[in-house]
Design a protein around this ligand. Structure first.
Ligand SMILES: Nc1ncnc2c1ncn2[C@@H]1O[C@H](COP(=O)(O)OP(=O)(O)OP(=O)(O)O)[C@@H](O)[C@H]1O
Ligand SMILES: [Mg+2]
Length: 224
């Protein structure tokens, strides 16, 4: 689904943040991306979702070189990717339900589908009762859960989540990973970035670890 070959990323004339990163995300896979704060996780996710360009190296998306994609093709790819941003990027004045409905509205989904899917996704993240609340009145952790419901509601081909459990307690974090596993079983490839290695190691999923500009794949293991 996504392949990165020898990606280098540097800002300005500084040392590279990513110095030689290769990675492959298989369709239907479930992966964590771990690494200390500031190591370059968000930068790497931005490259995968075409929000940033690498300084060098090749990005292959759905079998095609991203560098050769037309504007329209980039737009098509982006609409197939659900993103949970580290800073949520919700629309504060809209209700929780309307925020979750946005990807469906952009796609032109029928009203009936919106009326069915939005409450379902809100219940997945445990916020069915807050559908009508303006998002700005929700707590940080609640906003994070709305951002997850919004990223998942359109059943994206690829879900990218940047520190999606950073603002919630352990029980809710576990619930949210179960939400990602649920969407993964429906066919979505999942990549979750977290600085919390111990958290990621609780699950049997494969894990990419970013350190010193390089990436290593740690195979999935059953909980020790
Ligand atoms: N647009 C930018 N211009 C200059 N430097 C940047 C830019 N974006 C990121 N950086 C730098 O790149 C490094 C990696 O940042 P990044 O946000 O990718 O780290 P991260 O692993 O996501 O960290 P965190 O766990 O804190 O979210 C940081 O040192 C950051 O200051
Ligand atoms: Mg980050």
């Amino acid at each position: 689904m996504v392949r990165l070959d020898k990606i280098v990323k540097r800002y300005g004339t500084g040392a590279p943040i990513l110095s030689n990163v290769s990675m492959a995300l298989e369709t239907g896979g479930f992966y964590f991306l771990t690494g200390a704060s500031g190591v370059g996780k968000t930068t790497l996710l931005n490259i995968i979702c075409l929000a940033e360009q690498p300084s060098s190296g090749r990005v292959m998306l759905l079998g095609r070189d991203a560098a050769g994609l037309s504007r329209a093709a980039r737009g098509v790819y982006r609409r197939r990717v659900g993103i949970v941003f580290q800073d949520f990027r919700l629309i504060g004045d809209l209700s929780a339900g309307e925020n979750v409905a946005l990807p469906l509205r952009i796609k032109g989904a029928p009203e009936k589908q919106i009326r069915e899917n939005v409450p379902e996704l809100l219940s997945w993240v445990g916020l069915a009762a807050r559908s009508d609340a303006p998002v700005r009145t929700l707590s940080g952790g609640e906003q994070q859960r709305i951002a997850i419901a919004r990223a998942v509601v359109g059943r994206p081909d690829l879900l990218i989540a940047d520190e999606p459990t950073g603002n919630v307690d352990d029980d809710v974090a576990m619930l949210l990973v179960r939400v990602f596993e649920r969407i993964n079983r429906l066919g979505t490839t999942v990549l979750i970035a977290t600085h919390d290695i111990a958290f990621a190691r609780q699950f049997e999923h494969q894990r990419f670890h970013l350190e010193g500009g390089g990436l290593t794949l740690v195979p999935g293991a059953l909980v020790e």
